[in-house]
Ligand binder design. Structure first.
Ligand code: 13P
Ligand code: SF4
Length: 320
């Protein structure tokens, strides 16, 4: 029987040769397992990944992330083959906002525009005026005049955080990320008491009481960059475990403590992100499936708010 290491080495070598044979690029989110982050051509947050997908010259994009991310890549590249290692890698946040229910919700606020967090389905994107990510959400909201009425969907934690920062009163869709929403406040308080020298850094998908205690709040890329720049040697990290790989890699001399989901477990792995394995990446490239396919008309509608976000982010120097 092959050892785990021998199997991994086999898949890594296979993935490398399939990538060049098929002219494929691998885009991976920070919440992917370290082995996938290591074979990716680009690892980043949702904003960086959307930008990379928009710019990619490769014939094939393999998206090591979840379904809505691969959908975004396909919407931006309708003519390209977009592969996802596991079609069932969904997202509780995207699932919390079904397009039909959202259409009805929207009808209650006819004078509001819709700003949707990228963690939503292509159908909800098509119902939106502009998309945002955690990396540009505050700037996107602030690009509209103060009096502009806004519906924000689907993450109520991120929406509330933006309302607090900007003094807006956006109407919030009642959705959450099952990973961030479950992070345990009591654990955060205990970790702070036991590690007075550590800074608490948190993703804005976390609940308000955790965000109120945080020294820094930002997207996965922003959290990573902050951990590198800060003079602190120790960080309590309130987000999904996958980000620790890059944090430890970039700052091997610093200590990172992940906030657990409840007191007895460190189970804040996103079950959807963690469905992807090296073997599935290998199989997807080899078999050219599962492929991401969406109706053309839907892609055309959903592309408009995504492109608006990308061009506004470029103008505001949030991306290059
Ligand atoms: P970012 O990496 O854009 O901060 O998003 C976090 C997340 O939950 C992705 O699913
Ligand atoms: Fe969705 Fe949360 Fe998983 Fe991100 S971490 S994919 S928001 S369930």
């Amino acid at each position: 029987m092959m050892s785990e290491k021998a199997k991994n080495d086999f898949f890594i070598a296979g993935i490398k040769s399939l990538k060049s044979e098929k002219d494929a690029v691998i885009l991976a989110h920070f919440y992917q397992i370290p082995e996938i982050q290591e074979i990716a051509d680009y690892v980043g947050d949702s904003l960086g990944l959307a930008q990379q997908a928009a710019q990619s010259k490769a014939k094939v994009i393999l998206f090591a992330g979840v379904h809505f991310m691969a959908e975004t890549a396909k919407i931006l590249n309708p003519e390209k083959m977009v592969l996802i290692p596991d079609l069932d890698a969904g997202c509780s946040l995207a699932d919390s906002c079904p397009a039909k229910a959202f259409t009805e919700f929207k009808e209650n606020y006819p004078d509001h525009i819709v700003i949707s967090y990228i963690n939503c389905s292509a159908e909800v994107k098509a119902l939106s005026d502009i998309i945002c990510t955690s990396g540009n959400a505050v700037a996107i909201v602030e690009s509209f005049p103060k009096e502009q009425k806004i519906i924000f969907a689907p993450d109520k934690n991120l929406g509330r955080y933006i309302n607090n920062i900007t003094g807006r009163n956006m109407i919030l869709w009642d959705g959450t990320c099952q990973v961030h929403d479950m992070l345990n406040l009591e654990s955060v308080i205990n970790l702070r008491i036991n590690n007075p020298d550590a800074e608490l850094i948190a993703h804005p998908e976390c609940k308000e009481p955790i965000l109120q205690l945080a020294d820094f709040i930002g997207s996965t890329t922003a959290l990573l960059e902050y951990s590198q720049k800060s003079n602190s040697r120790k960080f309590i990290v309130a987000t999904e475990t996958g980000i620790l790989h890059q944090m430890k890699k970039k700052s091997p001399d610093k200590e990172f403590i992940i906030v657990p989901a409840d007191e007895n477990c460190a189970c804040n792995d996103c079950p959807f992100m963690k469905m992807n394995t090296l073997e599935k990446v290998y199989n997807a490239l080899n078999d050219e499936k599962p492929k991401l396919n969406l109706p053309l008309e839907l892609m055309e509608k959903a592309r408009i708010p995504i492109e608006k976000m990308l061009s506004l982010s470029k103008k505001m120097n949030l991306i290059k």
